[in-house]
Design a protein around this ligand. Sequence first.
Ligand SMILES: [Zn+2]
Length: 468
Amino acid sequence: MDTVFDSLLLAQAMADVGAATHASQAALSAWQHQRLGAVLAHARRASALYRERLQGVDAATGAPCPHFDLLARMAPVTRGELMARFDEWVTDPGLTLEGLTAFLADTAHIGAVYQNKYLVWESSGTGGSPGVFVQDARCMAVYDALETLRQPLGTPWQRLVDPMGLTQRLALVGATQGHFASLVSFERLRAVQPWRAGGVASCSILQPTAALVAELHAFAPNVLATYPTAAVMLAEEARQGRFRPQLREVLTGGETLTPAMRLHIETHLHAPVRHSYGSSEFLPMGWECPHGHMHLNTDWLLLEPVDEHHRPVPPGQASASVLLTSLVNTVQPLIRYEMGDHVTFSTEGCACGSPFPVVSVLGRRDDVLRLRGGDGTVPLLPLAVSTVLEEQAGLFDFQVRQRNDHTLVLCLPGRGEAAAQALARGCAALAAFATAQGARDTQVKGELGHTTPRGHSGKCCRIMPLAH
Ligand SMILES: [Zn+2]
């Protein structure tokens, strides 16, 4: 097998995803119930870890939905726990962490098929210990169907005249080394659609900006797929007249996108931004509808917003974390898997008519700054900190480092008078925001001449709490 692809499974998944796209809430609930039942039964049967976890956990007699009732009673799992007991977690005894680690050690294997049936990637490790994730052909078929039918590329007219994407020139700007989900999926796309091989390119975000821009000019993409911070950086290059793209669309994901970032990208790259919500654990978790709302693919996943004690959080309130249950991955079941994302579920439906819930993704729990307050600590959410610096100080390329419980350091690239003025604006905005949130005696120091660091995956580290 050249890649993890099965046309019959894709046809089935396309039919399932297509049927759910305009389904009633009752039909959606019925699918969730049925798929959750199958996932729980399989995990109980084939995963020693989940068998142990589910032992003695039973649905209440007469519960309206026994599968959901059982789910609510099962203690959540963490990535650290699953990775520590990897061989008991997976349901295929042929899969071992030792074998997968050896496979992943070689970058020549990026996008290659493992054991003739699996696609493998690693998480970027920004949220604690790195994870290893294994997908079979059925899992990939559902991801493909969700990507194709829920977040179609281009305008309806472009899809009509070019359903196979033959006129699309897609540049992925991200990590080009490492088994990351985006790059593995990209390499798979090349293998599944060889006729598009000349129309896709992956460019490293970790190279100097001038070299990246030269590479993009040479390839001349009409669709750019990248992290929001990288799109902002390229928008700034365009604003300065150094980057002259001809784009139809900018696809962003992997990091939080703020309204100010979107405006900056759309203004200077002259193309609409389509943002998506995904993770190494579940690639297409959510997509953005034409009304600009992020809808969750709850026909194939469940996402429970919870507080720090794993109690449910109602719609309209920001969660401290979320518990993901994948209704598709049976090789490596993810049931009540703690993801650490802050999300708020909307209390209302969307005018687009989609039955799928709307969420706002506010950032990661690990990126929260915790400052000393009058009585206890005051949390500053990464989305709020970024928004303050973007909207009040006009800064996009920055890093905020926490030094202790009352000191933040704002680091900016560049030197000179303009940079010093920008730094002063940023420090003042950040200090005022921290005080308004209830932080006491916060000091904000400024430093120039720092290039904002990116991790191996190319993701930007804009906020650095104390733990890092
Ligand atoms: Zn909508």
